[in-house]
Design a protein around this ligand. Structure first.
Ligand SMILES: [Cu+2]
Length: 568
């Protein structure tokens, strides 16, 4: 008996965060950020939803009440938690019916910048997303004086359902940068007419349009819910270190982010600390997060400039010593153009930093900077980044000619898993038919495919082979992807792995989370079109007890939770 009391006492001592209760309400909202009132979905009436700050290891109780006329859900993006709490209707639970309250209960995961969003229908694209900060229990390996969340998002005047219908009817409906006849003839004179014609034929065979850098444009781009004119502003004292927690909560938009005049030191990616790397610019894919530290020393304002990858617009905000100040706002650059050079699906040589590496090779001694390259690309001065297909025209450059962050630069600060060989490899070809707006994995959409079955305790290598002309930010729920950047035990952990066109990237997954999990492209309309798999993890401990049963009894939670449990 004495022992039991002691153990309860210890449990309290180890978990100082007692566990607070949070109440969220999902309901309709009207927003005017594009020049007129448009209806959407909000959490607690806000777009973005309120910032949630939890402490690592905190026992969370989150009541989500649905006041909509349709089902809803909230997914905790990037969280490692029991699968019943993951918030994906049809996989983790039944969803939250109109008028109902669902109680989520789980422990806050490890410290970092995260976000949350609806996983029902296309609600995320209509405003249901918000930031989360998990405060650490221990000291962080970097210093800062203040921090701001910077939520980037895209807002369309057409409802997400309307956008999806239009894409299905005519996939180029929202693609404003299709190649024109004029461009074709410019190509013709550059390449010799024959080359241009071959180029055209090749694109036709692939059923892709040559400018499918992004398939939905015409959004209003937002920073913390404000458009460029509303100019979200964060204050600083000159000389302070400011931590900016970038979250891309867009439905469909990649951003290239820079702060002209300031270097940014990247210290975290997807909630995992990385060895600091100083850059002038970085790309943030849909659903990724990057934490950077900047140190403005002068008594003047600087612009946070988040230009879309397709260069059809930007989100903009300001860091300033005083409210009302503004920095210079740069011009949009020209959009990148896909070219056919080196786009050979048959052989992936030279553009395949991970896949060319047979199992058993010592990763830590591989020099991808040298090996991942195509020689012609190196000689043309292109191809610094092994994670873009050489000659594709897609590799980004920093606006000031400086350093642009590459996936290859990311190194774990403190590896979470021991290094070990993977047990087996699963190849996933990312596939699509742009003419019919169909997106799939291994040519099958969710409804046509068997779930991917994994065994608890194994380490599986997922090799993603992108056979389409668009980048796909692939998101696995519940488990980290250890991305093979050739750094061995220092390979970084990510929850979203972007696979650019015609590139192959591998990531290992330590299968340590029982249950059923969603695995999908995070471009909302690609997900909706079928680029999605259910992953079933078989075996392992029964992971359904979220809270120590002893404590649960002590707090009388077992009864209080009866109604919520009846939903499962
Ligand atoms: Cu996709």
């Amino acid at each position: 008996m004495k022992l039991r009391i002691l153990s309860i006492f210890l449990a309290f001592a180890i978990t100082p965060a007692f566990g607070a209760t949070y109440d969220l309400e999902v309901g309709p909202v009207t927003l005017d950020v594009s020049g007129r009132d448009i209806g959407g979905f909000a959490i607690n009436g806000q777009v973005p939803a309120p910032l949630l700050r939890f402490t690592e290891g905190e026992d969370l109780t989150i009541n989500v009440t649905n006041t909509l006329a349709v089902d809803t859900s909230i997914h905790w993006h990037g969280f490692v938690l029991p699968f019943e709490q993951d918030g994906v209707p049809g996989m983790s639970f039944d969803g939250i019916k109109p008028g109902e309250t669902f109680t989520y209960r789980f422990k806050a995961p490890k410290a970092g910048t995260y976000w949350y969003h609806s996983h029902s229908g296309l609600q995320e694209g209509a405003g249901m997303y918000g930031p989360i900060i998990i405060e650490p229990n221990a000291r962080e390996p970097f210093r800062y004086d203040r921090d701001y969340v910077v939520v980037l998002s895209d807002w369309h005047e057409d409802s997400p359902m309307q956008v999806f219908r239009n894409l299905k009817r005519s996939p180029d409906h929202y693609n404003g940068i299709q190649r024109t006849v004029g461009e074709f003839f410019r190509d013709a004179s550059d390449m010799g007419l024959g080359g241009a014609i071959d180029d055209r034929l090749a694109w036709g065979e692939m059923r892709m349009m040559p400018s499918d850098i992004s398939d939905v444009q015409g959004y209003t781009y937002l920073m913390n819910g404000m458009n460029a004119g509303q100019n979200w502003t964060g204050l600083f004292e000159p000389g302070e270190r400011v931590r900016l927690r970038f979250i891309n909560a867009s439905a469909m938009t990649f951003f290239d982010v820079r702060i002209p005049g300031l270097e940014m030191t990247v210290v975290q990616a997807d909630a995992n600390n990385v060895q600091p790397v100083t850059v002038d610019e970085f790309r943030i894919a849909v659903a990724e997060t990057y934490d950077v530290i900047v140190r403005p020393r002068d008594d003047k304002a600087v612009t946070i400039f988040a230009e879309t990858m397709a260069r059809d617009g930007f989100a903009r905000g300001t860091l300033a010593p005083r409210m009302g100040m503004e920095g210079e706002v740069p011009e949009l650059r020209d959009p990148p153009r896909l070219t056919m050079a080196d786009m050979d699906h048959g052989s992936m040589d030279g553009m395949d930093p991970a896949g060319m590496d047979p199992a058993g090779m010592d990763h830590s001694t591989m020099d991808h900077a040298a090996m991942g390259h195509d020689m012609s690309a190196m000689m043309s001065g292109e191809g610094d980044d092994p994670f873009y297909a050489p000659g594709s025209g897609l590799e980004p450059d920093a606006a000031n000619g400086g350093k642009f962050l590459s996936l290859a630069d990311l190194r774990a600060q403190d590896p979470l898993y021991d290094e070990r060989p993977y047990d087996r490899e699963i190849k996933l070809r990312l596939t699509g038919n742009m003419e019919r707006y169909m997106w799939s994995i291994n040519d099958k959409k969710l409804s046509e495919a068997e779930p991917i079955r994994l065994k608890y305790g194994e380490r599986v290598r997922f090799t993603f082979i992108n056979e389409t002309m668009m980048a796909h930010p692939m998101h696995l729920h519940g488990m980290w992807k250890i991305v093979d950047v050739g750094a061995g035990k220092w390979n970084p952990l990510k929850h979203v792995l972007t696979v650019p066109p015609n590139v192959t990237i591998s990531a290992d997954v330590e299968v340590d989370a029982p249950g059923q999990w969603a695995f999908h492209c995070h471009l909302m309309y690609h997900m909706a079109a079928g680029m999605f798999r259910k992953v079933i993890v078989e075996g392992g401990p029964d992971n359904t007890a979220m809270i120590d049963p002893e404590l649960e009894k002590l707090w009388g939670m077992a009864n209080a939770d009866a109604a919520a449990k009846a939903h499962h």
